[in-house]
Design a protein around this ligand. Structure first.
Ligand SMILES: NC(=O)c1ccc[n+]([C@@H]2O[C@H](COP(=O)([O-])OP(=O)(O)OC[C@H]3O[C@@H](n4cnc5c(N)ncnc54)[C@H](OP(=O)(O)O)[C@@H]3O)[C@@H](O)[C@H]2O)c1
Length: 257
């Protein structure tokens, strides 16, 4: 009985950034709890490998849609392709993300816009399409946005990333209060520093590595699997009364003075 609260059987989740890293870990975990999954990222090869692993290893359906989310004009079409392939979407995980590391005085508008488009605008457009889909099907839904410590505070040289993630938190709270009457819950997860491809340059820098370990009370980099417990909670019936929140999964980073 208790385990049914976390059961996702009969649900379909669309996860962006699902080719590797955090998105793939969340896709696997949702599938392990019974959901079919639609995987979105640019690299068709990575998506195919991920989908084969989920279908063969976990036994759930996994559809793949290779798409560049910086092309925000096509995002609505991407969502209708997903609905056509899978028959519907019940959970949307906006996880795809990118960054540019540069002193802000040297930052081009092109770089700024690309990061904002991938990290924030695509999440907005997908969420809009998801909301219309849920409303026309007369069903509830759940949106999980993958934020960051950058939802909470800033660090030099990543202005586009910080603006996009603070914007994503604003979007999370806005949609939560606006779409609560439609039965759509909207929350965010704020990962601390997690060992993925995105953070390879940071982990290779001994000074940065020392800084992360010193600032993280639990004393280590996180893994993508550290994030899946909260994702399952937010996607499942157990999370029905949770909306408009961000959950930092950061080894204690944001608790430390
Ligand atoms: N790692 C951390 O320490 C950390 C901390 C806080 C928050 N996060 C957030 O967690 C999310 C996932 O990051 P990660 O660490 O798992 O990074 P990652 O390993 O680099 O994975 C990023 C995923 O996003 C996809 N992606 C990137 N640009 C895309 C685009 N233009 N269109 C479609 N898909 C795109 C990538 O696939 P393709 O390259 O094939 O497109 C990949 O599947 C991001 O939103 C990131 O900001 C990460």
């Amino acid at each position: 009985m208790e385990s049914q609260r976390f059961d996702l059987t009969g649900k379909t989740a669309l996860i962006t950034g699902a080719g590797r890293g955090i998105g793939l870990a969340i896709a696997r975990a949702l599938a392990e709890h019974g959901a079919d999954v639609i995987l979105v990222a640019r690299s068709a090869d990575q998506l195919q490998i991920a989908a084969r692993e989920i279908e063969a290893g976990i036994g759930r359906h996994a559809w793949t849609l290779a798409f560049d989310l910086s092309k925000t004009n096509g995002v609505e079409h991407l969502f209708s392709d997903a609905v056509e392939a899978a028959g519907g979407v019940d959970i949307l995980v906006n996880c795809a993300g990118t960054t540019v590391r540069k002193p802000t005085e040297d930052l081009s508008l092109e770089d700024f816009r690309r990061v904002m488009d991938v990290n924030l605008t695509s999440a907005l457009v997908l969420s809009q399409a998801f909301c219309r889909h849920c409303r026309s099907a007369g069903k509830p839904g759940g949106i999980i946005n993958i934020g960051s410590l950058a939802c909470h505070a800033a660090r030099p040289t990543i202005a586009p990333y910080t603006c996009s993630k603070m914007g994503l938190l604003g979007l999370t709270k806005t949609l939560a209060v606006e779409w609560a009457p439609y039965g759509i819950n909207v929350n965010a997860i704020g990962p601390g520093y997690i060992a993925t491809e995105l953070t390879v340059p940071l982990r290779k820098d001994p000074e940065f590595d020392r800084w992360v370990l010193a600032k993280t009370p639990l004393g280590r980099w996180g893994t993508p699997e550290d994030l899946v417990g909260v994702a399952i909670l937010l996607a499942s019936k157990a999370g029905d009364f949770i909306t408009g929140q961000i959950f930092y999964v950061d080894g204690g980073w944001t608790a430390l003075i």
